[in-house]
Design a binder for this molecule. Structure first.
Ligand code: NAD
Length: 258
C-alpha cells in the first residue's frame, strides 16, 4: 500500500470539539474525507447538526452532532461516552474549541481571564484526559490539540495576554501528556495556526479591522484558510505518525519566522 493509502483513516472513529464551524469544521471534513466516522462536538448544537449533515452528505461517512461545553467535566464525559456508543469506539480526537478575548492586561477582569483559561486550557485538559482515559484502556489513540502561534509570539497590536498564556499552556499540556502516555499507545500533538480567516476573526468587530495590519507584518501577506490545516491533522490522527508525539506544528505561512 502506498503512503497516500496508508494515511487514510478508514474504520477509525473520532470527534472534533468546536467542530460546528471554522477550523474544527474543516478538520472534521478532512477526517471524514479520509474515511473516518466523526462526531461534531460544539456548544452550538444547531450549527453542529447542520455541519454534521453537510459532511455526511459530502463524504458518505457516519457524522453525528453532540452538544457539549468543554469546560464542563460531566458534559465532556457524556460526550465521549456517546461517541463510543454511537460510533463504536474512539481512535482520535481534535480538542479544538477555543475563544479569543482582547483586553489590555491592566484592564482585564478576573472573570475574563478565567473564561479564556477555562475554555482554551481547562477545556483541552478535560477533553484530552477523558478521551485519553478511554484510549489508554482500549488500544490507544491519537489526540490533536489546537494551540496557536500566540503560544510562541506576542501578537500585536491587539492586547491578548490571556489568550497567549492559555495557548502556551496547551503546548506544555500536550508535551506532558505525550510523555506520560508515550509507552501506553496514546499520542498527543498540537497544531499552532497563524491567523486563519474564520468567524473568530471575521465576525469580531475588534479584530476584523486589524487584518490589513497583520498582512503587512506577515511575509506571506495573507490570512491562512482553515483548509490549509486539513492534511496535518489527518496525518496526526492516522497510523503514519506513530513516532510523532509531543510535537507542536506551526502552520502560519512564516509569520513567526522573525
Ligand atoms: P470559531 O470561533 O470559528 O469556532 C470555534 C467553535 O468553538 C465555535 O463553533 C464555538 O461554538 C465553539 N466553542 C466555543 N466555546 C466552546 C465551548 N466552551 N465548548 C464547546 N464548543 C465551544 O474559531 P476558529 O477560528 O475555528 O478557532 C478554532 C480554534 O483554533 C480555537 O482554539 C482558536 O483559538 C484556534 N486558533 C484560531 C486561529 C484563527 O486565526 N482563527 C489561529 C490560531 C488558533
Amino acid at each position: 500500500m502506498g503512503i497516500v493509502e496508508r494515511m487514510r483513516l478508514d474504520g477509525k472513529k473520532g470527534f472534533v470539539t468546536g467542530g460546528a464551524r471554522g477550523i474544527g469544521k474543516c478538520t472534521a471534513t478532512a477526517f471524514a474525507e479520509a474515511g473516518a466516522d466523526v462526531a461534531i462536538v460544539d456548544m452550538d448544537i444547531e450549527e453542529a447538526k447542520k455541519t454534521a449533515a453537510e459532511i455526511a452528505a459530502a463524504t458518505g461517512r457516519k457524522v453525528i452532532a453532540i452538544q457539549a461545553d468543554v469546560t464542563k467535566e460531566a458534559e465532556v464525559q457524556a460526550m465521549v461516552d456517546q461517541v463510543v456508543a454511537e460510533l463504536g469506539g474512539l481512535d482520535f480526537c481534535h480538542a479544538n474549541a477555543g475563544i479569543a478575548i482582547n483586553a489590555p492586561a491592566e484592564e482585564m477582569t478576573l472573570a475574563q481571564w478565567q473564561k479564556i483559561i477555562d475554555i482554551n486550557l481547562t477545556g483541552v485538559f478535560l477533553t484530552d484526559t477523558i478521551a485519553g482515559r478511554y484510549m489508554l484502556k482500549n488500544g490507544g489513540g491519537s489526540i490533536i490539540n489546537t494551540a496557536s502561534m500566540s503560544a510562541h509570539i506576542v501578537n500585536v497590536p491587539q492586547p491578548q495576554c490571556g489568550y497567549n498564556a492559555s495557548k502556551a499552556g496547551v503546548i506544555q499540556l500536550t508535551k506532558s501528556l505525550a510523555v506520560e502516555w508515550a509507552q501506553k499507545g496514546v499520542r498527543v500533538n498540537s497544531i499552532s495556526p497563524g491567523y486563519i480567516g474564520t468567524e473568530l476573526i471575521l465576525s469580531a468587530p475588534q479584530l476584523k479591522p486589524l487584518i490589513s495590519k497583520w498582512n503587512e507584518l506577515s511575509p506571506i501577506g495573507r490570512l491562512g484558510k482553515p483548509e490549509e490545516l486539513m492534511s496535518i491533522c489527518v496525518y496526526l490522527a492516522g497510523d503514519t505518525s506513530t513516532f510523532t508525539s509531543g510535537s507542536d506544528f506551526i502552520v502560519d505561512g512564516t509569520f513567526t519566522c522573525f
